[in-house]
Design a protein around this ligand. Sequence first.
Ligand code: DAH
Length: 339
Amino acid sequence: MKEALMQIKEKGVAEIRSAQSLKDLEAIKVKYLGKKGELTQILKGMGKLTAEERPVIGLVANEVRALLEETIAKEVSILEEKAMLEKLEQEKIDVSMPGKMPRKGGLHPLTKVLHELEDIFIGMGFSIAEGPEVEYDYYNFEALNLPKDHPARDTQDTFYISDNIVLRTQTSPMQIRTMEKQRPPIRVIAPGKVFRSDSVDATHSPVFHQIEGLVVDKGITMGDLKGTLELVVKKLYGEDAKIRFRPHHFPFTEPSAEVDVSCFVCKGEGCRVCKGEGWIEILGAGMVHPQVLRNCNIDPEVYSGFAFGIGLERLVMRSYDIDDLRLFFENDVRFLKQF
Ligand code: DAH
């Protein structure tokens, strides 16, 4: 019996050492130490031994079992470490491989140009104000010299929330809101959404954006208006950009003008972008009407001011040669990615 144990010991240890995998080791463990394993079988036969033999063989059998278990455990940890190293090798990251660029969003072209304009105005000492898109009729029309029956209201039909609350048709109500809150000197721009009851086509949208400008102080003249706009246009389009004033009518300015900039593509010679005119209309402007100042408790005998309203979409369309206004609002990334 002792010999059989010695054989099991030698054979077992040799098999364990040459095992190639954890699976092999498991099989070996079952083969020798399992319920029907070789060692177990021998131990079961111990009952037939004499009382003297039993402890001696028992001791050897336990030693063999301990040795096999220990050898298996050692081999398991060797194989496990090997497997881990192999895995690490396989999963190694090649840091020299080109990376995958995360997809990045960008600013909408309207936002981009608005930011450019805001920077220019801030540089000139203007502050930025924001006002409500749902506005009282009083601020949107009445206080701007557009009483209920004024024909100029026809061109700015809007969406009525109630008789005296509308979606603002222009950013000009911010002139009134600013002058009600602030005493001169005032230098402010107010960008934002405006709404008109227009159906959608290539040049119309029921929602678009304006940037209102307002300056009120002692001794403000049309010269200040011209100088300010000239500087803005030069910053936006380059040193050789020029502006031109054409007489116009707005109820809240007197005198009023529409302002053109020399075409930034052909420099005034006439091309597709300016439709052969050499000039592109970019805004409405004028000297703040004395009645508008009075409506805000500012004495027109002491103070004067100028105001202007820039149509942001039109400016951006002309700047980038975009011929359809709808592109701004459709959120097609193929369009938006170009800016
Ligand atoms: N609010 C005018 C419009 O929507 C644009 C405008 C004209 C604004 C003259 C002004 C201004 O401040 O002085 O048609």
